[in-house]
Design a protein around this ligand. Structure first.
Ligand code: HEM
Length: 320
C-alpha cells in the first residue's frame, strides 16, 4: 500500500466528491452556534437516505409490474432497514437541548421539514397522495415538476393490487371518484382478496411475505412520524413550527395516515382457524370475526383505500 499521491488514478475523494459534500454545511447563525452543524448535517443525511429509498422504489415498482415478487420484497426489505436507521438517527438530534436549538432557530425561519419535496415524493409513492403539497413549491421549480410527475404515477398499493388481479384475485383498483358505495365496495373486495392471501398462505407464500413486508414498511413510516413528533415536543414543546403550523398538534394529526389500510383491516377479519392453508366457505368475509370489525377504518372506504386524504384539524402551514 502506497501512501503517496497518485495523480491520474481515481481516488476515494474524487469518486465520492467528498470535498463537494463537505462544503455543503453552511451555518447561518452568526457567531456560529455549535449545534447548528448537527442540525444541518442530519437533515442532509435524511435527504440522502430519502433519495436512496426513492431510487429503490423505482426498482420495486418495476419488479411488481413484472410479477417479480421476490425481487420487490428484497428491495423493500432494504428500505425497511433504511427506515430503521432514519428512526434511530433521531436520538442523535435529541442530544440537542431546547436552548441549543433556540440559539439558532430564528436563523432558519421560515424553512421547515414540511417543505421536504423528497418526503412528499415518498408519501406519494406509498399511495399517500395529496395534491395540495404541490402548492408548497413555486410552479416553475424542479420540486413542483417532480412532485407533479409523482402525482400522476403509480403507487405501491396500485402495484400490489394490480399484481393480485393478474394472479386471479378480485382486487379492484382504488377509485378516484365513483361515489361512496362504489368506493366502499372496491375497498371491501380488496380486503377480501388479501384475506384470501392470508388464509391460503401455503399456496400464496411469496404474496404473503410481500404483504407482511409492506405492512412493516407502512408501520415504520408511522413510527418515524411518531418519533419525530416526540422529538419535536422534547425540543420545542408546544411552540408553533418554523414552517407556520401549530407544531406538535399538526404532526400528531398525521399519525393515522396509512398507505395500506386494507392490510391493517385484514387483521380484523381473520379468525382463529384461518392459519396456513385452512379454507373457508366465506373467503375474505367476516366469518366469525365479524364482531371485531370496526365500523370505519381510517383511510378506508371513504378515500378509496390508497392513502388517506388531508390530515384533519387545522394548524398546518397549508391550512389542513
Ligand atoms: C429539532 C429538530 C426538529 C424540529 C423541532 C422539527 C419540527 C417540525 C415541525 C414543528 C413540523 C411541522 C411543520 C412546521 O410548522 O414546521 C415539522 C415537519 C416535518 N419535519 Fe421536522 N423537526 C425537526 C427535525 C426534523 C428532521 C431531522 C427531519 C428529517 C428530514 C424532519 C422532517 C420533517 C418533515 C418531513 C416534516 C413534514 C411532516 C408532515 O407534514 O407530515 N424534521 N418538523
Amino acid at each position: 500500500m502506497s501512501f503517496g499521491r497518485e495523480e491520474a488514478k481515481l481516488s476515494y475523494g474524487g469518486y465520492l466528491r467528498v470535498q463537494d459534500l463537505l462544503s455543503l454545511q453552511e451555518q447561518r447563525s452568526s457567531p456560529p452556534q455549535h449545534d447548528e452543524m448537527l442540525f444541518i448535517l442530519i437533515h442532509q443525511v435524511y435527504e440522502l437516505w430519502f433519495k436512496q429509498v426513492l431510487h429503490e422504489m423505482g426498482a420495486i415498482l418495476l419488479h411488481l409490474e413484472r410479477d417479480e415478487v421476490l425481487g420487490a420484497d428484497r428491495l423493500l426489505r432494504r428500505c425497511i432497514e433504511i427506515q430503521r436507521v432514519l428512526i434511530q438517527q433521531l436520538t442523535v438530534l435529541e442530544t440537542m437541548m431546547p436552548v441549543d436549538f433556540l440559539a439558532f432557530r430564528d436563523h432558519l425561519m421560515p424553512a421547515s421539514g414540511f417543505q421536504s419535496a423528497q418526503f412528499r415524493e415518498l408519501e406519494f409513492v406509498a399511495g399517500l397522495k395529496d395534491e395540495r403539497h404541490l402548492r408548497t413549491f413555486a410552479p416553475d421549480s424542479p420540486e413542483h415538476a417532480t412532485l407533479s410527475r409523482r402525482l400522476a404515477e403509480g403507487t405501491l398499493p396500485d402495484a400490489l393490487f394490480a399484481l393480485l388481479r393478474r394472479r386471479g384475485f378480485d382486487a379492484p383498483p382504488a377509485l378516484a371518484g365513483g361515489g361512496e358505495p362504489a368506493r366502499a365496495d372496491a375497498y371491501d373486495r380488496r380486503v377480501r382478496a388479501l384475506v384470501r392471501v392470508y388464509r391460503e398462505a401455503e399456496s400464496n407464500y411469496a404474496l404473503l411475505r410481500l404483504c407482511e413486508t409492506l405492512i412493516e414498511f407502512d408501520g415504520l413510516f408511522t413510527l418515524w412520524r411518531f418519533r419525530h413528533v416526540q422529538m419535536v415536543e422534547r425540543v420545542i414543546g408546544g411552540k408553533p413550527g418554523s414552517g407556520g403550523s401549530e407544531g406538535a398538534g399538526y404532526l400528531r394529526s398525521t399519525l393515522d395516515r396509512r398507505a395500506f389500510p386494507e392490510l391493517w383491516e385484514v387483521r380484523s377479519r381473520l379468525g382463529a382457524g384461518d392459519g396456513y392453508g385452512a379454507h373457508s366457505d366465506d373467503p375474505g368475509g367476516f366469518g366469525d370475526a365479524q364482531a371485531h370489525a370496526p365500523a370505519k377504518v381510517d383511510g378506508g372506504p371513504t378515500d378509496g383505500g390508497s392513502g388517506d386524504g388531508p390530515a384533519p384539524g387545522g394548524g398546518c402551514p397549508m391550512g389542513y
